[in-house]
Design a protein around this ligand. Structure first.
Ligand SMILES: *Cc1c(COP(=O)(O)O)cnc(C)c1O
Length: 412
């Protein structure tokens, strides 16, 4: 009989340590240390020459960070995972490991604001071009692809537009043209979305959001899903010769990640390991709250428009069920009549906090037009489908009656 695979939360609570803890600590301790002592000169030489895996210096690897990576691998069934200092570090490192100057990537312009900045400014200045296009229409993408196109980057649910691409179609197109697919799955946590099941080559996420366990720490994760054996990508050929299917993660660890100093702190790794233990519980509660608030707002006479892809009636409802087990994150957006009404409404809220960030245990609201996107011209904001009447609500785990009462009194 095949052995039964434990469920997500059980796996998070039973992920084995790489090495037995000398005190049998039940929580992986915070290994706040820079370097590690070796018994002999031969041992330290073997570690540096990759002949005997060992921690040597915490910018490269650290036991607490390694444990978080083990949990991500156990959670996702991935080949390898790398924890980094932030979600932005994860995106930048992953792309720099796979794309060279002179090459290009495809992405929707509807992106997390700083990812848009990374693509349109920083990577652009480094000679990597982003071809902004409509990923919602995979059939129309062919004209953007040439021999220098390396990958398609997409967000599982775009923020704040809350669009959902058809991942299976995108992957099919990418396979046909021999290009990679990289997903930013920040909004759809690993207990509801499997990038590997959809054939995505590389998954990145900002662990600052759901994984941190309630906005405790900034971090990011790169996941090699195991879909690609990395045998055909010229940029990885030297690593493929030495490390086989570990080529992508090896290039990150030996070059980009190490040289850019993008490491996660051991303290953050412990907080985020604990965040994973109760991830499924928090997601379930936020989701139930989010759905109820979407219904409540949808029925409210002063609300012009509510979007939440998990809501029956959303154009993305069926796709959300297929791709995210019906849980397309816990962010919803709605429109009031003007900027002034948005501000007045926000100022009346007592429980929901005025803050950026998402997937905290606390519910957070922001007016994207005047904050996250305020650096961009009006026409660009409109092109990105950010409206001045739009509010973004990240729904937390408070008691639902208190959240509805808070919205109700602020809408009066
Ligand atoms: C927050 C976020 C990021 C960036 O993550 P940081 O941890 O803040 O660097 C990237 N993508 C999405 C979708 C995000 O929400």
């Amino acid at each position: 009989m095949p052995e039964r695979k434990p469920g997500f939360t059980t796996r998070m609570l039973t992920t084995p340590y790489v090495k037995k803890d000398p005190f049998n600590a039940l929580h992986m301790p915070v290994y706040e240390t820079v370097a590690y002592d070796f018994e002999t000169a031969e041992d330290i030489a073997a570690a540096f020459q990759d002949r005997k895996p060992a921690h040597a210096y915490s910018r490269s690897t650290n036991p607490s960070v390694e444990h978080l990576e083990s949990k991500i691998i156990y959670a996702t069934g991935a080949r390898a995972a790398l924890a980094l200092s932030s979600g932005m570090a994860a995106i930048a490192n992953a792309i720099l490991a796979l794309v060279k100057p002179g090459e290009n990537i495809l992405s929707s312009p509807n992106l997390f604001g700083h990812t848009y900045g990374l693509f349109s400014k920083t990577l652009h200045e480094l000679g990597i071009e982003t071809r902004f296009c409509k990923l919602l229409d995979p059939a129309g993408l062919k004209k953007y692809i040439d021999e220098n196109t390396r990958l398609i980057f997409f967000e599982t649910v775009t923020n704040p537009q809350l669009e959902v691409v058809n991942i299976a179609e995108l992957v099919k197109l990418a396979r046909k043209h021999k290009i990679l697919v990289m997903a930013d799955s920040t909004l759809t946590p690993i207990n509801v979305f499997s990038a590997k099941a959809f054939g995505v080559d590389v998954e990145i996420m900002s662990s600052t959001k759901f994984i941190s366990g309630g906005a405790t720490s900034v971090g990011g994760i790169i996941v090699d899903t195991g879909i690609n054996d990395w045998s055909t990508l010229p940029i990885l050929s030297a690593y493929h010769e030495k490390k086989g299917e570990m080529a992508f993660i090896a290039k990150l660890r030996k070059e980009i990640f190490r040289h850019l100093g993008s490491c996660m702190s051991p303290r953050t790794a412990q907080l985020q390991s604990m965040g994973l233990d109760i991830l499924a519980l928090r997601v379930e509660r936020s989701f139930t709250n989010c759905l109820k608030l979407a219904e409540f707002l949808g029925d409210h006479p002063v609300i012009k428009k509510v979007s939440y892809p998990g809501m029956p009636g959303s154009e993305y409802y069926e796709l959300s069920k297929k791709q995210f087990n019906g849980v397309p994150g816990t962010i919803l957006c709605f429109d009031l009549s003007s900027v002034e009404t948005c501000f007045a409404f926000m100022n009346k809220l007592r429980i929901i906090r005025r803050a950026t960030n998402m997937n905290d245990n606390k519910s957070l609201i922001i007016h994207p037009w005047s904050t996250i996107y305020s650096e961009y011209t009006e026409s660009l904001r409109l092109k990105m489908e950010v409206r001045e009447t739009m509010l973004r609500l990240s729904v937390g785990i408070e008691d639902i009656d208190d959240l509805t009462a808070d919205l109700e009194q602020a809408l009066k």
